[in-house]
Design a protein around this ligand. Structure first.
Ligand code: UGA
Length: 435
């Protein structure tokens, strides 16, 4: 099929390349000329498992073409995916300005029947809104249908998820569009949920919201574990044996981050408010997460009472391992709090990016985990990068001025902590050790 994907961000790029792999002809339209140049040269613009190979192969077999030319993209395609950013404002409203811009740009080129699909996460009601906008832009009624087809791709595993996901959700109000979408997705052999647009739009938010609820709930229970002497990992294991609960997304820590959960939970709270239908559980989930992500600073202050001029090492800056994404990472909030309290911050991340240096230009960036630990009064583990699991605790104890470890991701073994004579160890729901 002939497909156009608008936006070569994380969702758009993966969508374009993965459809290209299934014998479709894809044109990916991107207005950022730097990004475009990189993609045309086969250079990945994001860090994603398998992307480098897939991009190079797509260019070699010419299954995907990158261009800034909207007219070419729209006129040559039967299906058009909108995959542009939909950030939330400070007041938690979703900003669909980029979707609006795309509608206006593509309207003049919808010269015959085309299916327009929203891949971006958009508020409930956006499908209806886009239909009205097209009509206002004089696009003939019979020339288009608008479909909601949300994505469920995890960063780092997005290509795998595209080919082997659990579900494809298609929200349509036209049989013709539904048939087109079914034909497009048939080769993937993934269960399809066919429904109306509002339901599809709400499935996306509910999915991210429910996973966030699971995490925040386990984080609260973890905090209780530390008070009563219980072990959160054993609780998670036991709960996970119950098929009704599932073992996934029960891992306690210093909260969820990234470009999706924090944004989508807040957006859904706001959407519900707009309909006078409060989502109290979700609101609490957001609050719990906001508290949880700065918990290490509270622990540090309880330990030291006075933290000014202390040196604190941060291990891990990204919101999760195996990504270079720092958006909404707990590390950002922790560093901000530490700096407010005049703590000297050192940080190390295996993939540390330029962006974080722009946010915190005055902290010390280390290029090695041990260099980061040297002469520090405490370390906070913010991201569970695999290299941190194997940290040599004897070496850490020698290097640190005070071996105080706050393990925000519960990755260290308490028996080894004791063996290495670490001065203090704090976990999230697995008990603490003070020597
Ligand atoms: C998430 C969803 O998992 C995808 O299905 C969805 O498509 C995507 O958002 C999106 O809306 O685009 P992603 O943001 O890549 O994907 O990250 P996850 O792997 O889901 O992790 C999110 C956060 O939850 C991370 O900060 C992670 O550390 C945290 N987390 C996850 C926990 O704290 N505990 C867990 O048990 C699992």
């Amino acid at each position: 099929m002939n497909i156009c994907v608008i936006g070569a961000g994380y969702v758009g790029l993966i969508t374009a390349l993965c459809f290209g792999k299934k014998e479709n002809k894809v044109i990916c339209v991107e207005k950022d000329l730097n990004k475009l140049k990189m993609l045309k040269n086969g250079t990945p613009t994001i860090f994603e498992e398998g992307l480098d190979e897939l991009l190079k192969e797509s260019l070699r077999v010419a299954s995907v073409q990158f261009t800034e030319d909207f007219e070419l993209g729209i006129k040559s395609s039967d299906i058009i995916f909108i995959a542009v950013g939909t950030p939330t404002n400070d007041n938690w409203d979703v900003d669909i300005a980029q979707v609006d811009e795309v509608i206006n740009l593509i309207s003049p080129y919808i010269d015959k029947y085309k299916v327009i699909v929203t891949k971006s996460t958009v508020p409930v009601g956006t499908q209806k809104y886009i239909k009205i906008k097209f009509l206002e832009n004089q696009v003939p009624k019979g020339n288009f249908d608008v479909v909601s087809n949300p994505e469920f791709l995890r960063e780092g595993k997005a290509i795998y998820d595209f080919f082997y996901g659990d579900k494809i959700v298609i929200g349509c109000d036209s049989l013709k569009a539904e048939e087109t979408m079914k034909k497009l997705y048939e080769p993937f052999n993934i269960k399809m949920v066919l429904t109306n647009p509002e339901t599809a739009e709400l499935i996306k938010y509910t999915s991210n919201a429910l996973l966030s609820v699971k995490i925040s709930f386990m984080n609260e229970i973890a905090n209780l574990c530390n008070k009563v002497g219980a072990d959160i990992d054993v609780i998670a294991y036991a709960l996970g044996l119950d098929k009704r609960i599932s073992p996934l997304f029960l891992k306690a820590g210093i909260g969820y981050g990234g470009s999706c959960f924090p944004k989508d939970t807040k957006a859904l709270v706001k959407i519900s408010e707009n309909y006078n239908c409060d989502l109290d559980i979700l609101r609490a989930t957001v609050n719990v997460n906001e508290k949880q992500r700065v918990l290490p600073v509270i622990i540090l202050k309880e330990y030291y009472k006075e933290v000014e001029d202390k040196v604190v090492a941060i291990l891990g800056l990204t919101f999760k391992p195996d990504t270079d994404d720092i958006r909404e990472a707990p590390s950002l909030y922790i560093i901000e709090e530490l700096l407010k309290s005049k703590v000297n911050v050192k940080a190390y991340d295996p993939m540390v990016t330029k962006e974080i240096k722009n946010i915190f230009p005055d902290i010390t960036y280390s290029y090695d985990m041990y260099e980061c630990l040297a002469d520090s009064d405490a370390v906070i583990i913010c991201t569970e990068w695999s290299e941190f699991y194997n940290i040599d605790l004897f070496k850490a104890q020698e290097l640190m001025r005070e071996s105080v470890i706050i393990d925000g991701r519960n990755i260290l073994d308490k028996a080894k902590i004791k063996e290495a004579n670490i001065k203090a160890y704090y976990s999230i729901g697995k008990g603490n050790i003070r020597n």
